[in-house]
Ligand binder design. Structure first.
Ligand SMILES: [Zn+2]
Length: 463
């Protein structure tokens, strides 16, 4: 009897132990039940492709300073939602590329458009990406061949990288931290009644460095996603280079051997890195930004609960009054070669389509990570007023948590000025439209551009 009782006790203890172990496992899973996967691929062109970013370049690239990368982070939450972030050391994201990748994640992984976020570092030392009618129109045959070859290989590498990141989903812990970094300075300086591209220490900036760290269950860092709002234009050379953002990623990956570092460009359209002009300065700024990320990693981490919610919508942006045919003819005869080329293209558009574009559907995306972080992805070359305004407007709403505003996301087709910048005038306000060919646009946006975009952000957040 006594023996039986002892056996019962022993069995009970064993059962309890098994239960305790199961509980411990369950606790571990609960503590780290995000799933995350990361992958990267070199996307430096194999051939001496023409470069993007400066219209004045007159020959293809003749070398490489450091490789360009595409990187993907996949996340899956406890509520079964999946999200993929793709960052690229490239000048822009043309809408045909976005559509191609949307189709891919939909067909291969059953993911909706809202589950895919694309962001480009906007390096001005990367290849040109020509994908649309006006970007390919009238291109010299050799250059056209190189451009098409590059886009074909880019598409293959991007889909492979996305697939790999999704294959690699494994239990992970996500934390958010942030710090600040100071080399970005406003580049719009009042001059002769207008504005010129010149460092302006009095202009608005956003020096936040938001960081998302992804750890495996053993606490090893496997991903570092970090943002900064500054044009990636320390350089304008004829060699491929990721500029400051490329160097920052490189330095972080050298320090964190098991990690993939991903740069997300913020609303830095009217912000430049200063000083600028040499590879050494790009490395210095890259070091500053990597150091700011390391500083952020030393602060108290905000652990993100494994809950994911993403929304994707379009803001209808209107253009100002279209020029008449007579005005376009005048433009096409301008002594400024860029105004003339733009005028000729617009005349062709008018002739072939019967009208000029009156509006554009620009994508806006919001991603909620737990209830502690909301990521807002804005399109185009987004001016700094957008991130300052959204962070100020949303910071009181505690249900949103921290606000991270990315620019240069999903479709980079024009500068997106705030109302202030638009009314002030200058390059970011509309003078730059002549350089954009992915989407052919005749002139500035209407003054309601800011309200249209901000309204769409709020709509998605409130849905
Ligand atoms: Zn730019």
């Amino acid at each position: 009897m006594r023996r039986t009782f002892s056996i019962h006790i022993v069995n009970a203890i064993k059962t309890c132990s098994v239960f305790a172990v199961l509980c411990a496992i369950a606790t571990t899973v609960v503590a780290a039940d995000w799933q995350a996967g990361l992958a990267k691929a070199v996307i430096t062109p194999d051939n001496p492709t023409w470069m993007a970013g400066y219209a004045s370049r007159n020959r293809p690239a003749d070398g490489t300073i450091n490789d360009l990368y595409a990187k993907a982070l996949s996340l899956r939450s406890a509520n079964g939602e999946t999200f993929v972030l793709v960052t690229m050391d490239l000048i822009s994201i043309p809408f045909p590329l976005r559509h191609f990748l949307e189709d891919h994640v939909h067909q291969q992984h059953s993911l909706p458009a809202s589950a895919l976020m694309l962001n480009c570092s906007h390096t001005h030392c990367g290849p040109e990406i020509r994908t649309s009618r006006w970007a390919l129109d009238g291109l010299e045959p050799n250059r056209l061949k190189l451009a098409e070859q590059y886009v074909a290989s880019l598409k293959k590498k991007l889909t492979t990288t996305i697939d790999l990141a999704l294959e690699r989903l494994e239990p992970s812990k996500l934390v958010y931290v942030r710090s600040r970094c100071g080399f970005g300075m406003n580049r719009r300086t009042p001059s002769n009644g207008g504005f010129r591209n010149f460092p302006n220490p009095d202009g608005p900036v956003d020096h936040d460095v938001p960081v998302l760290k992804i750890e495996d269950p053993d606490g090893k860092t496997k991903g570092i996603v970090f943002g900064y709002a500054c044009h990636n234009t320390t350089l304008g050379i004829y060699q491929f280079c990721g500029d400051y953002a490329g160097f920052a990623q490189q330095y972080l990956e050298e320090t964190h051997k098991d990690a993939i570092a991903m740069f997300v460009l913020g609303c830095g359209a009217d912000i430049n890195p200063y000083p600028r002009g040499t590879v050494e300065l790009a490395q210095t700024h890259g070091k500053s930004l990597a150091t700011a990320v390391e500083a952020a990693l030393q602060t108290t981490p905000l652990v993100l609960k494994p809950h994911l919610d993403h929304k994707y919508g379009k803001a209808l942006l209107e253009y100002s009054t279209a020029p008449t045919k007579a005005e376009l003819i005048e433009r096409s005869e301008s002594s400024n070669q860029y105004i003339a080329a733009h005028g000729k293209r617009l005349l062709k558009q008018l002739e072939q389509d019967g009208q000029l574009r009156t509006n554009y559907e620009a994508p806006v995306q919001v991603i909620k990570l737990g209830n502690a972080l909301t990521l807002i992805a804005l399109p185009g070359e987004t001016c700094v007023d957008y991130s300052l305004r959204l962070k100020a407007e949303l910071s009181d709403e505690t249900s949103r948590g921290r606000i991270w505003v990315a620019g240069y996301s999903n479709d980079v087709f024009a500068y997106i000025p705030s109302r202030r910048v638009l009314l002030e005038g200058g390059y970011e306000a509309g003078d730059s439209m002549k350089y954009f060919t992915t989407v052919l646009q005749h002139g500035p946006f209407a003054p309601n551009v800011e309200e249209r975009l901000i309204y769409q952000v709020h709509r998605l957040l409130d849905e």
